[in-house]
Design a protein around this ligand. Sequence first.
Ligand code: OXD
Ligand code: MN
Length: 599
Amino acid sequence: MPPVQPATRNPAVLAFVDQARSLFKPERVIWCNGSKAEYQQLLHAMVATGTAQWLNSEKRPNSVIVRSDPADVARVEDQTFICSLSKDDAGPTNNWADPSEMKATLHGLFDGAMVGRTMYVVPYSMGPVGSPIARIGVMVTDSTYAVANMHIMTRVGDAVLGALGSSTDFVRGLHTVGVPLKKQTWADEPWPCNTTKYICHFPETREIWSYGSGYGGNALLGKKCHALRIASAQARDEGWMAEHMLILKLTNPEGRSKFIAAAFPSACGKTNLAMLIPTIPGWKAETIGDDICWMKFGEDGRLYAINPETGFFGVAPGTSNESNLNAMRTLNANCIFTNVGLTDEHDIYWEQMDGQPPQHLTDWLRRSWSPNAGRPAAHPNARFTAPAAQCPVIAKEWDDPKGVPIDAILFGGRRATVVPLVSEALSWQHGTFLGSIMASEKTAAAAGTIGELRRDPMAMLPFCGYHMGDYFQHWINMGEKGGGKMPRIFYVNWFRKSAEGKFLWPGYGENSRVLKWIFERCDGTAEAVETPIGKLPAKGALDLKGLNVSDGAMADLLKVDVAGWKAELPSIREHFSTFGTRLPAALGDELDALEQRLG
Ligand code: OXD
Ligand code: MN
């Protein structure tokens, strides 16, 4: 790939890149221009080094499979740090390190880390270039895989530098896989990574320093590092919101639309909900985004949201025509598949894909595999990277620089018990309370034990770049500012189980029934009953026509489990106590009020 000259004279950008070059000591520097040709060159480069392999060009045109090192398969939360000046500002939910000490450690590791390699400079915009809600970052990296993924997931290139002009307001990202090449041979591995890993954020200076991993959120710095951890801190400072939410557009049979944002912890079906196919006649759902939502007040006082990304980095296993037809259709071409199985026809396979598994394939560890192998063909956190514009139900507003006005915010998680199918918060403050106590069973998106219940406030536990108590306060402040124009807040749970451990609710497209109630609550046309835990659908208010769920199951799904909620109060108090004096008084008041209402 020929070196490309910088398309900017911005002294801050040039100085940042110069410093990175002196530190990392790469063999060459390439400035990414964001063109299609450049993307193709990146794919060819990955194939040439053995990082990627072309898939069958008829079945999966212009797509590649990549297998990572088995020790580099997920975000490493243990090694993720918020390096704010004061430890208190990182709060109890983050690992903290002193910024100068961490920088000294990383300087040591970064010094010469790119010897023999290419250093790519990736100017990117999170959000439509030039949108008042969008933000710019400049990332340097030695991972071709990271650059190719950034091409799909963000807006990369010269247009971004043009929009930045001479401004110094950009997030500075340094990333290396931490494997310098040896001059004698220049030999490389298909997936270079280091056993030492650090994913570090400096919220005050808007910097990201990432070492040792090439995988997902550790390496695609625009996503979790910038769009959530750094952006959440910036949003607090500037009065907007950076949230771990999908955004969807829901249109009723009369053709009126509402925009809904929803926060669910990692791998709880955000992508599925973002692309759902309603089962109720006449209703239409379209996608704006599946993972991240930035919201800012518009001139009319409402909250307007953009999807800062341009692609989906979705969990592959479990995705099928049945669970998410629109995602499967998005994956027809131009995708990167990571840690999935490779069929003998050079196509992809993962667990719970439609139909029978192939009789033979090559698993994500490049071993021969058959259905009786006793192990999955794909890693549970195997991913697809797919261009959002390819989604057959992408909404026409998905890249509107103005954003879309949000009508409702949903919180949810995987809860087998206690939490009903849907409830509406009594107020913004009560909704903030519900978000702050969200809990879910752990999934494979992060390294750790699967199945354990963890509180994951607003699905931001691994992504909030500052003290979570202050983050709650920011939510309350936003509500005070927006007043009656704020979105309504709802709490949903698709994962409630019977005593026998069976899911009570069919989920997927049937969730449109719940969305319809939410739509009509926003319109003031659907009935609700006020209960101690919030407003639940009144009898008959949820459209259940044609649904095969027994009355008993429906009663369980919409039950106010007073005993269950009472039993949970001590664990909520304990959760709140971790935030000390930074817990907003309003949330303590909400907890007391809940206790009183439960009697
Ligand atoms: C993701 C995550 O990858 O939340 O989106 O872990
Ligand atoms: Mn996510």
